[in-house]
Design a binder for this molecule. Structure first.
Ligand code: CA
Length: 437
């Protein structure tokens, strides 16, 4: 993919709120979501964000100057979920972005036709953006794997496979919710320290995981692997994902087959899907330190070396119930960047399909918890508090080793590069409710 006029930093929209320096959704972004009017029983529909507003994409169908491909792509948005558009593939995705950019840019002759269809984001509610068939959660940040491994297995922090393949497991779809999700503190078996008989209790070590949501566009047929350099053609876009985790349940259950009840009670995704085309200016070179094994051939290419990483700043914020009641703003827990990841998105896709596994439009892949090499670049509380040993003190004096009932965690992301308009992802927020008694 190459840069085009839709990425130009000088481009402005006739929607004034898109042009502010801090707007997450300038005309260079154009992310998609499934939305409807707040508190309505309408079917969800596909919208594109522009500043503080949403344009229903099917509004484009009233324009007479659409190309065939633009019309097909806009027609695919006549759906409560992004799957039909995702399945069309990159040429249609590019065409739709062109049509939206043309229609929404300053001076467009279509302004008077499109403007009445705008809906304020503040007056909308959202759904999970696609019908998800399968959800795979990866484990691909070396810094996160080392930080957590040192806590769980001090004598053997990193499994020998980690440096050779992007690790992952099949996760749960039914409990995935969109930002704003509230969920009950889960119960399960835990083995208290020093005991030999497990007890059943509500988790005492509830955590979040700061991840990117990788949304699959076009799938591959069963038996046909996706090559590394073709992988980006299969990715529709990225959002944020919080893989809520009960660490005490996880520690007892995760060997030999991996996490199950410690993860499958809730996962929260952001409503907006930022397209890979919008992220093109933020691509960066990917390096594999010579001290580590170099990738096996199916995970190695010049293209992946030159453009495989994506520079996306990631943040996790905590807003406790008492902070909300006191009118205090959320507290920044940590920030890091996706460019640190040990494996690229293309390597995850190539590895996932090397055995012929078929990915489908709307499949979701979690990037794995994102932690970086620097101080404070931690993607989960278990790392920040050293397994609960060093609680965080919040501005109001509260302490947290792990999450308390009433806590809201908000994930945020922003891509920035000199010479380009920075783009944001919108919030991915979720709230912990007390366990069922
Ligand atoms: Ca995870």
């Amino acid at each position: 993919m190459i840069l085009n006029d839709t990425h130009q930093a000088s481009l402005l929209s006739w929607v004034a709120s898109a042009n502010g320096e801090n707007s997450e959704f300038p005309i260079q972004n154009l992310p998609y979501a499934a939305y409807r009017a707040k508190d309505s029983i309408d079917a969800h529909q596909i919208g594109v964000a522009i500043g503080e507003h949403i344009l229903p994409v099917t509004r484009l169908l009233g324009l007479s100057d659409l190309s065939t491909m633009e019309r097909e792509a806009a027609t695919a948005c006549n759906s409560p979920a992004l799957n039909p558009l995702m399945a069309l593939g990159p040429r249609h995705w590019r065409a739709l972005r062109q049509a939206l950019s043309r229609g929404l840019r300053h001076g467009s002759p279509h302004q008077s036709y499109l403007r009445p269809a705008l809906v304020p984001i503040a007056e909308a509610e959202f759904a999970v953006p696609a019908r998800i068939g399968d959800f795979t959660d990866m484990y691909t940040s070396l810094d996160h794997a080392l930080n957590v491994g040192r806590l769980l297995r001090p004598d053997n922090p990193l499994m020998p496979n980690f440096k050779w393949l992007p690790c992952g497991y099949h996760a749960r779809v039914s409990s995935i919710g969109v930002s704003g999700q509230c969920f009950l503190r889960p119960k399960g078996q835990i083995l208290p320290p020093g005991e030999s008989i497990p007890i059943v209790t509500a988790t005492r070590r509830l955590d979040y995981e700061l991840e990117l949501a990788i949304w699959i566009g076009t799938g591959n047929s069963l038996g046909t692997p996706v090559g590394l350099d073709q992988a980006s053609q299969h990715v529709f876009g990225l959002g944020l994902l919080n893989d809520w985790s009960a660490r005490d349940i996880q520690a007892w259950e995760y060997q030999p087959l991996g996490p199950l009840l410690s993860k499958n009670f809730a996962t929260t995704v952001s409503p907006w899907v930022v397209t890979m085309e919008a992220l093109e200016p933020f691509r960066s070179a990917w390096h594999r330190d010579l001290a580590n094994p170099q990738p096996i051939s199916y995970l190695e290419s010049t293209q992946n070396r030159e453009h495989g990483a994506v520079d996306i700043g990631l943040e996790a914020w905590l807003h406790t119930d008492s902070m909300i009641r006191a009118g205090q703003p959320p507290h920044l827990l940590s920030k890091t960047n996706f460019r640190h990841n040990y494996w690229t998105i293309a390597q995850m896709i190539a590895h996932h399909t090397i055995n012929g596994c078929n990915l489908c439009a709307g499949d979701l892949i979690g990037s794995g918890t994102q932690s970086g090499p620097g101080a404070g670049e931690f993607g989960a509380l278990i790392e920040i508090t050293q397994g609960g040993k060093r609680p965080v003190t919040l501005p109001g004096g509260e302490e947290r080793s792990f999450l308390a009932d009433g806590d809201t965690v908000i994930l945020r992301a922003r891509a920035e590069r000199e010479g380009f308009r920075s783009i944001g992802f919108g919030d991915c927020a979720g709230t912990v409710l007390p366990a069922r008694v």
